[in-house]
Design a protein around this ligand. Structure first.
Ligand SMILES: [Zn+2]
Length: 313
């Protein structure tokens, strides 16, 4: 309890010392709107919609799991100096809930999933009382997050509404094309082979939108422990269904999937690791997978290639 008290005080001091007044930046003097986003997929939306008017900083680095991410003192400073903070919500940033609530007292703090109709959200059985947070795998649903960012930027910085709207329009057109691309790739996979097995259950929206059966070794959050029974159960499923490939995630350890592979092998079946998918974090900045569009394209290309062995993508 004492430790919690001390860390809250520490955060309080940092917030206080790192805070600037939260008025709008003066565009005439070249001041930019300072935005902080939790995950890379949201940082990417802000870059696309905000353009040069906005200076956006991400919190969770490439390859890092947001379910477990604890903000560092430096992150708290960044959050404290932002004009607007965007986060996913739906309990994705489970360890950042307290600091985000604290920041919302004097900073516009927006969950990009807030605008999404709750009837479109999935409620996994084992994630009791919570919605599945991995919306970005259904490109059309993620487009609603783009709308939320556009509206929040426009509301805060009304003088630049036209800019934010036209940037968003352009980005949304690209996302429509991305959605079509994913659909066209999926069509190449025979329906009985449309099974996606990964380390954790983050592809439920992908499965629903694009007609894939999905299985994760862990639950919707990576905080769930993997037991021997889980490995055995998944191995039986893979062997019975004759699944040829499973997929590693860039932000989750591959150790447990290697155990699944060994268990399937012990049943006399061959199973390959089909490649690395970018799931809860994008790739490194400057690489194609360091953008949302590149990440989704990489994932679907990797999945299709591994499942049907297509050499030409
Ligand atoms: Zn996840």
């Amino acid at each position: 309890m004492q430790r919690i008290y001390i860390s809250v005080c520490f955060i309080g001091i940092l917030v206080w010392s790192g805070c600037d007044p939260k008025g709008q930046p003066d565009a005439a003097t070249g001041d930019k709107l300072r935005v902080v986003a939790t995950i890379g997929m949201i940082t990417d939306i802000v870059k696309n919609v905000g353009g040069p008017r906005v200076e956006v900083t991400g919190i969770v680095e490439p390859g890092v799991d947001p379910h477990f991410y604890n903000p560092t003192p430096k992150d708290v400073q960044k959050l404290g100096s932002a004009h607007i903070i965007f986060y996913n919500g739906l309990h994705l940033e489970a360890k950042m809930v307290d600091i985000l609530a604290k920041m919302s007292v004097d900073t516009l703090t927006v969950a990009v999933t807030d605008a999404v109709d709750r009837s479109l959200l999935l409620k996994p059985r084992e994630y009791e009382g919570l919605y599945d947070p991995h919306l970005w795998f259904d490109v059309k649903l993620w487009m609603q997050a783009v709308g939320k960012v556009r509206d929040a930027l426009s509301e805060f910085d009304a003088d630049n509404t036209v800019l934010y709207r036209s940037n968003a329009e352009r980005y949304l057109t690209k996302l429509m094309e991305l959605d079509e691309y994913v659909k066209s790739r999926v069509e190449r996979v025979p329906s009985q082979q449309r099974v996606l097995v990964t380390a954790h259950d983050c592809f439920n929206y992908f499965g629903k939108a694009y007609g894939f059966e999905v299985r994760g070794l862990q639950g919707v959050s990576t905080a769930t422990e993997v037991g021997i029974a889980d490995v055995r159960e998944l191995a039986t499923f893979i062997a019975e269904r004759g699944i040829s490939a499973i997929f590693v995630e860039s932000s989750v350890s591959s150790r447990s999937l290697e155990a699944v592979k060994a268990a399937v092998k012990s049943k006399g079946f061959d199973l390959k690791i089909g490649g690395v998918l970018f799931t809860d974090a994008m790739g490194n900045e400057g690489t194609p997978e360091g953008t949302y569009i590149g990440m989704i394209r990489h994932n679907i290309d990797t999945i299709v290639h591994a499942l049907i062995g297509e050499s030409e993508l």
